[in-house]
Ligand binder design. Structure first.
Ligand code: NAP
Length: 489
């Protein structure tokens, strides 16, 4: 696609509804509007409705009211709605990519890739909707029977982050619709436009009013807390930071809500001396630079065998230094801006801390001057073990390289974090690969590949990266309860 003109950008933004979507109706927010910004310029893009607490409650009322009828809808019909939405997203991919790039910053190619990934959850779960089953077994005593049935959990609250504005929604909405659950969705205030576009696609695809209710809000805590304490809510699915996840878990304890927590990460990227270093560098570029480093799965620490560490760092620095920064809607741009000034300041501070403790910036090492929240792709070597970025989620285009002496040291370094979302392992030795995979304390591992995301796979973490799985056969289980009937024959 060629560079987008300003009027095309405006058209794409203008076509998105900016209101709240409650009970199948679009309506203004009582509190007025909140501003959505383009992070590549720092300029406002548009305004969307700002929901009040009463409107959030109305959204839950609508989800509760729609629940029984939707749960009773034929699974095939629920699946067909998702399938039609998958087709519509795919048809509108180019336009949705521009919208996502404008609100989030990443390049059109990356937005387009996210849209394919996001749509794939609808295709996957359209197929899973008709495979919900139970079992019938003979009890051990031979007298009674064990009958189980799967039923929708009930009304859900879904809270999503700004880094993957569409996929973090479809990963929850897809299985919920397939399972027969109704929902209130609260997207991040910085990137509500992709989700608003999605709500209108689902409406066009025939999703009954009240099944999905969308509230955009300037004050996330104020808006969602009353819903979390409302006894009619049955589940909270949250993707975001570990810090907020902990708060939401505490709030959910009164109502004993079913929870899915997709939280922060601090992914180690391990390269052993027997690895194909060029392939590892390719994988590192993907694991580090996908989404400008603003991914929970982003490689946060590169632990490289001493024998190949210099070669790896030099090759990675060459590739990182060759990337072109700019507005994601423009041709020839590889890397967009960070989401906001706070995120850029955080990255700046983490790099300054590492350099202050003796790290060396082979390339990059500072923010880019001028409009937008750009940070230069950076590779750091000689990073001391006590640098803050070894424990903190960087969420930016910064690759710190650490050396290791042997396999035990590599595994210990990889596991030395409270997080446990994903790890990457590069080795050509099969026994070592499996040995290391068994010992890593993460929910996912990229083995000789720099990306794990796949709608057909169970995505999720352990430790402070949360619990629950999105995607795969496991994804729909998060939205189903198992009821057991003891049958006396
Ligand atoms: P965040 O600050 O935790 O926000 C995530 C969502 O929670 C947003 O919708 C936000 O609304 C809302 N929120 C914030 N404070 C809240 C509160 N007190 N009560 C209720 N909702 C609240 O995270 P973020 O900065 O947007 O996202 C980045 C984080 O998400 C990173 O840590 C990343 O690793 C994690 N993440 C994890 C996964 C995964 O699958 N494990 C995937 C993607 C991202 P506002 O927008 O209004 O603040």
């Amino acid at each position: 696609m060629s560079t987008i003109t300003a009027s095309q950008e405006q058209d794409v933004v203008d076509r998105v509804p900016k209101q709240l979507y409650i009970g199948g109706q679009w309506r203004d927010g009582a509190k007025g509007t909140l501003v959505v910004e383009d992070p590549s310029t720092g300029e406002p893009l548009c305004e969307v409705a700002d929901a009040s607490v009463d409107e959030a409650r109305a959204a839950l009322d609508a989800a509760v009211d729609a629940g029984p009828e939707f749960a009773a809808m034929a699974p095939r019909d629920r699946g067909e709605i998702l399938r039609r939405a998958f087709e519509a997203i795919t048809e509108r991919q180019d336009e949705l990519a521009v919208l996502m790039t404008l609100e989030m910053g990443k390049t059109i190619a990356e937005s387009s890739a996210e849209i394919s990934y996001a749509a794939e959850f609808f295709r996957w779960f359209s197929e899973e909707a008709v495979r919900i089953d139970g079992r019938y077994g003979v009890a051990a005593n031979g007298a009674s029977r064990v009958l189980t049935m799967k039923q929708p959990v009930g009304p859900c609250l879904m809270i999503t982050p700004w880094n993957f504005p569409l996929a973090m929604g479809t990963r929850k909405i897809g299985p919920a619709v397939a399972a027969g659950c109704t929902m209130v969705v609260k997207p991040a205030k910085q990137t509500p436009l992709s989700m608003l576009a999605l709500a209108s696609i689902l409406e066009e695809a025939g999703l009954p009013g009240g099944v999905l209710n969308l509230v955009t809000a300037s004050s996330a805590g104020e808006t969602t807390r009353p819903l979390i304490s409302d006894r009619r809510l049955r589940k909270l699915s949250f993707t975001g930071s570990t810090e907020v996840g902990r708060q939401l878990m505490a709030q959910s304890s009164d109502g004993l809500l079913r929870l899915s927590m997709e939280l922060g990460g601090n992914a180690p990227f391990l390269v052993f001396e027997d690895a194909d270093v060029d392939a590892a560098v390719e994988g590192a570029m993907l694991a580090k630079m996908r989404n400008i480093g603003e991914a929970c799965t982003a490689a946060n620490r590169f632990h490289i065998a001493g024998a190949v560490a210099d070669e790896f760092a030099a090759k990675l620095a060459d590739k990182m230094g060759a990337l072109t920064l700019g507005r994601g809607v423009q041709d020839g741009v590889d890397v967009g801006p960070l989401i906001d000034d706070a995120q850029r300041t955080k990255v700046t501070d983490l790099v300054s801390d590492a350099i202050g403790r003796g790290a060396h910036a082979v390339v990059g090492g500072q923010a880019r001057e001028g409009a937008g929240y750009f940070y230069n792709p950076t590779v750091l070597t000689d990073v001391p073990g006590d640098a803050e970025l070894r424990q903190e989620e960087i969420f930016g285009p910064v690759a710190p390289v650490f050396g290791f002496a042997d396999e035990d040291e590599a595994i210990a370094a990889a596991n030395d974090t409270e997080y446990g979302l994903v790890a990457y392992v590069y080795t050509s030795n099969l026994k070592r690969a499996l040995r290391v995979c068994e010992k890593l304390e993460t929910g996912m591992i990229g083995l000789n590949q720099g990306m794990v995301s796949n709608a057909g796979a169970p995505f999720g973490g352990v430790k402070a990266s949360g619990f629950g799985r999105e995607g795969g056969y496991e994804g729909i289980e998060e939205y189903l309860e198992t009821k057991y009937v003891a049958v006396n024959l």
